[in-house]
Write a protein that binds this ligand. Structure first.
Ligand SMILES: C[S@@+](CC[C@H](N)C(=O)[O-])C[C@H]1O[C@@H](n2cnc3c(N)ncnc32)[C@H](O)[C@@H]1O
Length: 407
């Protein structure tokens, strides 16, 4: 912690940063905490996948009593119980105030779009020039076309850089694995490749997975909020980025519990959709307004953009043991100091710029009643803010896992 503090600029150091690792561990995690390396360590990094020790991770430098209390009590807690105000957490992120940014990263401008379309996407429901799933049409509001699939694969690359590996769960070679809401199936395919002895099933509302996959990987169209009907139980159930999908998380957790073998593991990797900022540069921006409106619209559809803050207590309430919650800070663009943080920020900015239209159009028009033109106009300003390195915003990404008791 001492080395870490030495690199923090006084003007961006967050309250409570001097806490000991021991107090951090007891406040937030049941398991070990990886410390964020000093930012100058990152700048020496060679650009390869970060090692586990170098991942940016949120460290609670002050007690998070709400979270600790709710986890212990097994209740569902408040949405922000384990997030707290940014002032009581250290993100490990520092502003890069050099004029040219990290030259090793190159131009911070968004790369030219790789959007493309093929006739096959018209097998699905079409609206606003995008396509959507046909099975249970209208249930999930994000598109499933090729631009969205490319975005999902970019999100996977971000997750791999952020978490350092496919899973933080201490699984070895689980015989049967389920990836719920698998999207393009990229996580399931890579897990199957890494674990040839595992049989991996990915389920999704959309059949958007590739045809040629490892022999130990399969996909099925399924609604994970329905009653689960599988002809066997699983040893590891994984799910990622489903916050805009599920409205009843305790029900999903119960389905996981009921469909795991004793001793089996479950893991959820999830965005906390409300932006965080290390200072006041987000206040009053179009970006902040967009974020609030998205949270409002998502809430009106019966989902909760802040759901991840409750996972730990809800998994505990469902009967899981050895539940571990870890939080990672993901910069919104390349404002943060350090090569790895800058690359993560660039990737996330591209992800969001690519996803902005798909995420906003249905929610703003159908749920908030905006006209298409008004949304397009508003997104012009939101895009500008996404690229603005003077706005020091970041996302919290949760990884929460637990085990079904052996008995
Ligand atoms: C943001 S994507 C995440 C995809 C994948 N987990 C990943 O991390 O790359 C959400 C996925 O959940 C799927 N989905 C939404 N609601 C679902 C449901 N009720 N049951 C199964 N899949 C669902 C969507 O079709 C979409 O592919």
């Amino acid at each position: 912690m001492g080395d870490h503090n030495a690199t923090i600029e006084p003007d961006v150091e967050l309250k409570g940063h001097e806490e000991t690792p021991e107090s951090n561990a007891s406040a937030v995690q049941d398991g070990p905490i990886d410390k964020l390396e000093a930012s100058d360590t990152h700048s020496a990094h060679d650009g390869a996948e970060p090692s586990e020790e170098k991942r940016p991770i949120l460290q609670p430098d002050d007690a998070a009593p709400g979270q600790a209390a709710s986890a212990a009590a097994g209740d569902h807690g408040a949405d922000d119980a384990s997030v707290g105000a940014p002032s009581v957490f250290s993100t490990g992120l520092n502003i890069d105030d050099s004029s040219d940014g990290d030259s090793s990263i190159g131009d911070i401008d968004r790369p030219s779009s790789s959007v493309s379309a093929t006739s096959s996407v018209f097998d699905f429901v079409e609206e606003h020039g995008r396509t959507f799933h046909r099975y249970k049409a209208g249930k999930y509001l994000l598109p499933n076309d090729i631009p969205e699939r490319e975005r999902l694969d970019l999100q996977h690359a971000i997750a791999m850089r952020l978490f350092g590996k496919l899973t933080l769960t201490p699984v070895d070679n689980p015989p049967r694995v389920l990836d719920v809401g698998t999207g393009t199936g990229i996580w399931a395919i890579e897990f199957a490749n890494e674990h040839p002895a595992s049989d991996v099933l990915g389920t999704d509302l959309s059949p958007i997975q590739p045809e040629y996959v490892p022999p130990n990987c399969h996909f099925e169209v399924d609604d994970a909020e329905d009653v689960w009907v599988f002809n066997h139980k699983f040893d590891f159930i994984h799910s990622r980025y489903m916050v805009a999908a599920f409205s009843d998380w305790p029900k999903v957790f119960q389905s996981c519990y009921d469909n795991l073998n004793p001793g089996g593991w479950v893991e959820f990797q999830e965005y906390y959709v409300e932006f965080q900022c290390i200072d006041d540069t987000l206040a009053g921006t179009a970006l902040e307004r967009w974020n609030k409106l998205i949270l409002e619209a998502v809430a009106k559809t019966g989902r909760n953009g802040r759901a991840a803050a409750r996972f730990r207590s809800q998994l505990t309430a469902a009967g899981f043991v050895d539940v571990v919650e870890r939080k990672f800070a993901l910069p919104g663009n390349s404002w943060a100091k350090g090569e790895n943080e800058k690359m993560l920020g660039l990737m996330q900015m591209t992800n969001m710029l690519d996803g902005l239209h798909g995420m906003s159009m249905q929610l703003f028009t159908r749920i908030l009643g905006w006209s298409t033109e008004a949304v397009e106009l508003f997104l012009v300003d939101v895009r500008k803010d996404y690229r603005n390195r003077d706005i020091h915003f970041y996302y919290i990404v949760y990884d929460v896992y637990g085990r079904k008791p052996v008995e």
